[in-house]
Structure formats: structure tokens, C-alpha cells
Design a protein around this ligand. Sequence first.
Ligand SMILES: Cc1cc2nc3c(=O)[nH]c(=O)nc-3n(C[C@H](O)[C@H](O)[C@H](O)COP(=O)(O)O)c2cc1C
Length: 173
Amino acid sequence: MKNKNIVPNDQEKCLQAGRYIVSTTDPSGRITSVNDVFIEYSGYVEEELSGSQHNIVRHPDMPRTVFKLAWDALQAGEDFYGYIKNLCKDGGYYWVFAHIRPQFDGNGEISGYRSVRRAPKPSAVAAVEELYASMRRAEQASTPDKAIAAGLDVLRGFLASRGQSYEQMVVSL
Ligand SMILES: Cc1cc2nc3c(=O)[nH]c(=O)nc-3n(C[C@H](O)[C@H](O)[C@H](O)COP(=O)(O)O)c2cc1C
């Protein structure tokens, strides 16, 4: 569950190059395992994370649209790549470049998901921060049922101005 009692602050905890934050979930996004780096950066102990929905680290600056894109890809059996700002237990934050991939059982059914996150380039974070802020503004200016469409409009405009697909943008930043 999202912890609504956490007050976000501007203390950044920079993920170091060469360190990887890893977690796995069940098909609903409930955390089944985390590595030590996840614990270190999020500030939670393992018992608080295991069994919780992954939105326990959701930061309010993140557009809903990004998670919609992620879940659409994952539920279609595809990988998702994206920049994510996560909320620490103490209100701080950490940016990651995330790769999330579905895991399949012997029958080819999705049995869960695994995410490996690495340090993003500072220039990529600067670009995405601005883009996400515009997407959030568009989502918030819209009614809840039209928020994703509004966020997608902003994202499409950004991609069109760069002449890139989402995947091209993510790897080129
Ligand atoms: C394997 C996996 C890893 C995820 N990692 C994150 C993450 O690091 N941060 C995050 O906010 N959401 C992550 N999510 C997405 C969350 O499940 C959730 O969709 C998101 O936090 C938005 O939550 P909300 O719809 O309750 O606002 C992950 C999902 C999966 C399946």
C-alpha cells in the first residue's frame, strides 16, 4: 500500500553506478523478493516490503501514465524500460532506470515480474523530470477518467518533437 503519511522532501539518494536495485513480484505487483540494495535505498526493512504492493515506493511526482504504459506492456508479456522516481520511507527520493520483465511458468502463463534498476544518467533525469512534470500537470488538470489520455497527449507531443518512439527516447536520453 502507498504510504500517504510520508511527506516527500528534496533529499536525493543517488543510486551509484554499478549497483542494481532488484525486486520480484507476483502477477498483481505484490513484492515477493528484494535485494539488499533495494532495502538500502528505499529505507524499509525486508518484512515491510515482502507482501506489499510495489506502489509502496511510488513517488507522487510520477505520472500515472508511465505506470499505465508499464502494465500494458507487462500484461502483454513484453518488457518495459523507463525512468522512475521512487519515494524512500524517510521522504527522500531516488531516480532509477528500470527494466521490468515478465516471468513465465511452464504453461507460458505470466507467473510474476522482475525488475532490475540501475543508475540513470543525470542528463536523462533532467529531461525526464521536465517531461513528467508536464504530464502530471496535464493529468491533474483533467478528470480522473481522462487523466491517462491527457498524460499520453503530452508524452506523444514530446516524442513527436524528437521524432522518436518511446523506446528510442528511453535509450537515447
Ligand atoms: C516488477 C515490478 C516493479 C515495479 N517497480 C516499481 C517501482 O520501482 N516504483 C514504482 O513506483 N512502481 C513500480 N511498479 C509499479 C507498481 O506496481 C504500481 O503500478 C505503481 O507504483 C503505481 O501505483 P498506483 O497505481 O497505486 O498509483 C513495479 C511493478 C512491477 C510489476
